[in-house]
Design a protein around this ligand. Structure first.
Ligand code: F6P
Length: 319
């Protein structure tokens, strides 16, 4: 193997930059040429490629987002698009590809692997829904961002003796909501993986107020319901002054946390080494903190579930 490509795809995640930095510097250290592919698979199809040197990735370890840009590319979902991507890589002499992204990005990587390109995925999504590994790059930072927002909301909730509903991201998974809800001391955490009844949420709120609670925070995962609707229901059924905050894309930005920088650095470097060992169609991962790799098929078959004991703990501690 002589030349590898690296791209970031799908929703950006804080930590992609230190991850790409690790790929570029490890590859050069191992004697490889590296090409950065901008705007994910869309840039691959357009030929938006840039040779990378050691200095190309200077001063990015602390930056959120992805300096390679990213995109969700519908064309790459088609067989024609995948073949064009393969041909572009062949033409450029790129024999290995490292893809930072989530499930959809890995499915594209799997296709390139099947067409004969040595391909390694690096799990990068704030949703933390890529299973078969300890954690996904970006999740730790997103939870920290959510907690900082919840802490601030708590200040004003206390001052005004209000109820707040805070809607967090996560697509169809409740990992951000559960972690931010527990760490933020929320009265209720609503996640898609655990059925809930709004009447129970209301009853718990009323019990709290009867015991003297002056304010409450409900954290809802976007996959479990709309903050606005839940806020209206609560206000109608309690009469409590209720406000709703949708945190939205603020959770995707910001400097990556130390944990995300360390994870991204380890996984980026490991992805290069896996490529050099001839491994392909795998995700670079840490399992029990040890570096390993997991075939894409196993990754697709496993879906990370939020921990039920942690969910129950959040409920117990919030009474
Ligand atoms: O997958 C990351 C994520 O931020 C999800 O939590 C969210 O549902 C989605 O992306 C938002 O996508 P977009 O940035 O395309 O609006």
């Amino acid at each position: 193997m002589r030349k590898i490509g690296v791209l970031t795809s799908g929703g950006d995640a804080p930590g992609m930059n230190p991850g790409v930095r690790a790929v570029v510097r490890t590859a050069i250290y191992r004697g490889l040429e590296v090409v950065g592919i901008r705007r994910g698979y869309a840039g691959l199809l357009d030929g938006d490629l840039k040779p990378m040197q050691l200095e190309s990735v200077g001063d990015i370890i602390q930056r959120g987002g992805t300096f390679l840009y990213t995109a969700r590319c519908l064309e790459f979902l088609t067989e024609e698009g995948q073949r064009q991507g393969y041909e572009r890589l062949q033409k450029e002499g790129i024999d290995g590809l490292i893809v930072f992204g989530g499930d959809g990005s890995f499915r594209g990587a799997q296709k390139l692997h099947q067409l004969g390109i040595r391909t390694i995925g690096v799990p990068s999504t704030i949703d933390n829904d890529i299973g078969a590994c300890d954690a996904n790059i970006g999740f730790d930072t997103a939870v920290q961002t959510a907690i900082e927002a919840i802490d601030k909301i708590r200040d004003t909730a206390t001052s005004h003796e209000r109820t707040y509903v805070v809607e967090v991201m996560g697509r169809s998974a409740g990992h951000i909501a559960l972690a931010a809800g527990l760490a933020g001391g929320a009265e209720s955490v609503l996640i898609p993986e655990v059925p809930y009844k709004l009447e129970d949420v209301v009853a718990k709120l009323k019990r709290g107020v009867a015991r003297g609670k002056k304010h409450s925070i409900i954290v809802v995962a976007e996959g479990a319901g709309q903050g606005g609707e839940i806020g209206r229901y609560i206000e109608q059924h309690t009469g409590f002054d209720t406000r709703v905050t949708v945190l939205g894309h603020v959770q995707r930005g910001g400097a990556p946390s130390a944990a995300d920088r360390v994870l991204a650095s380890r996984l980026g470097a490991h992805a290069v080494d896996l490529c050099l060992q001839g491994i392909s169609g795998h995700m670079a991962a840490t399992v029990n903190h040890e570096l390993t790799s997991v075939p894409f098929d196993e990754v697709f078959a496993s879906h990370r579930q939020p921990s039920l004991p942690v969910y129950q703990l959040a409920d117990i501690l919030s009474t």
